[in-house]
Design a protein around this ligand. Structure first.
Ligand code: 5RP
Length: 232
């Protein structure tokens, strides 16, 4: 089975987490694009979605699914999104698609985070995938030095034309190479407080409740213990 087929499989499997007539949180990325296509097949049973990016909003609307603002909704039953890496506790690196800030906001509004990913995303320790960090541009050099003290090599994400990538929130992104994140909660706590950091792509406080992992043998469902970390 190809990686693409594994993504399709987990995207379809995620439909079983949707309660009829509910409003759901929808993430961003190639796996989520497949989920949005699957969602279209049951759209008459979905009240609407809160989306984590302009790209997903466009896709949802094109398929006739209503998109609400996060501020219009108090709590979402479920948030469905992909990941760049996920470890054995459900901690993730996210933001490869540059949508990490809105993804964290919608995840924090949701009772359950269902991660959909192919098995190339499953890791022992987070950090092989360069960590996305959304920043206020004037703080780039200072934050780069702070990551260097941790052994990280932070590089400004550029567009194809060589200009800095600008997020949906009008900010810049650093991709930090060379990290080994052995304590995701402590890492997220520390780096999120650095002045100029908008969002760190470690999802520890908003970790997954469940991961639907696409493998050669089909969909594997991993259920993670939330301990005390879930606030919604
Ligand atoms: C976007 C994300 C995505 O969930 C992550 O990059 C995985 O994407 P894909 O499903 O394309 O592999 O965090 O900001």
């Amino acid at each position: 089975m190809t990686q693409d087929e594994r993504k399709t499989l987990v995207a379809q499997a995620a439909l079983r987490y949707i309660t009829p007539n509910s409003i759901i949180g929808v993430g961003t990325g190639s796996t989520v694009n497949k989920f949005i296509e699957a969602l279209a097949t049951i759209k008459s049973t979905v009240r609407g979605a809160v989306s984590s990016s302009n790209a997903s909003t466009e896709r949802l609307r094109a398929l006739g699914i209503a998109v609400l603002q996060a501020n219009e909704v108090e709590v979402l039953d479920v948030y469905i999104d992909g990941a760049d890496e996920i470890d054995g506790s459900g901690y993730m690196i996210k933001g490869g698609g540059a949508a990490l800030t809105r993804e964290k906001i919608v995840a924090a509004q949701s009772r359950k985070f269902i991660c959909i990913a192919d098995d190339s995303k499953r890791v022992q320790v987070l950090g092989t995938f360069p960590l996305p960090v959304e920043i206020i541009p004037m703080a780039a050099a200072q934050i780069t030095r702070q990551f260097a003290r941790m052994g990280g090599d932070a590089r400004l994400r550029l567009q194809a034309n060589g200009e800095p990538l600008v997020t949906d929130n009008g900010q810049h992104l650093l991709d930090v190479h060379g990290l080994r994140i052995t304590d995701p909660l402590a890492f997220e706590n520390e780096t999120s407080q650095w002045p100029g950091v908008v969002t760190v792509g470690v999802f520890a406080h908003q970790k997954a409740d469940v991961c639907l992992l696409g493998t050669a043998n089909g969909v594997q469902e991993l259920v993670f213990d939330q301990g005390q970390s879930k606030s919604c």
